[in-house]
Ligand binder design. Sequence first.
Ligand code: MG
Length: 273
Amino acid sequence: MQKIPFLVRALVGAVLTFSAQPLFAADTPVGYKDTPIIPGQPWHVHDPDRPRPRVVTPAPTFSQNAAAPADATVLFDGKDLSKWKSDKGGEAQWKVANGYMEVVAKKGNIFTKEEFGDFQLHFEFATPEKVTGNSQGRGNSGVFLHGIYEVQVLDSYENPTYADGQAGAMYGQYPPLVNPIKKPGEWQTYDIIFEAPQFDQDGKVIKKAAVTAILNGVVVQHRKEYMGPSKHKEVSSYDGVKSSRGPIGLQDHGNPMRFRNMWIRPLGEYDKP
Ligand code: MG
């Protein structure tokens, strides 16, 4: 009789230990207070006390499967990564299957071979259906405009993390206006309008990069200016930045994020048909 409770206790203990391991292993901070204050704002970079954006449940579809207009360049048509290269050198090494590309951990960020100025960008993404990790360790990727200005791609569905790191954030600078993220595994849409920075002859920025971003049909950034390239735990500036053109990048943050139907078109200028 003495042995049964012991065995039960041992079994329960073993189960608890086993199930607890992933929780501890995946524990990622939900913010930082040891980072600098963002100039002009009362918040630290990645401040856990910065208000989380309000959740807005999006409509089931918005621009999902939107076909590319005639003057667009198709960056990914579901078949191959011929328009892309790896930041480790050579061809992009991510997986392509069933009409989507998928991040393969440690294969590196990928960037388009072509560069762009002002543009309209459409793409679709899905965060992993099987949720692992927490905060920034859960369903993390990102789209790098001109290769350096990140709009965050993250599984922000009921995932407490710092506001300036949520999906739709201008990473480390501004949270999204609201949080319209869908559930893990569902296809989601991004429609992004980017205005390139402009520099004078001495390389001084005279017009900052600006972005308008629509996530699942909901505006999350409205012509907001970047303080400079996106940084982790640092304040940004345009020091050392000179280019008004750049590639589109996608981030390998170690999670098997999926992307599909990606196209881009130049904005053009008024009165210059
Ligand atoms: Mg990211």
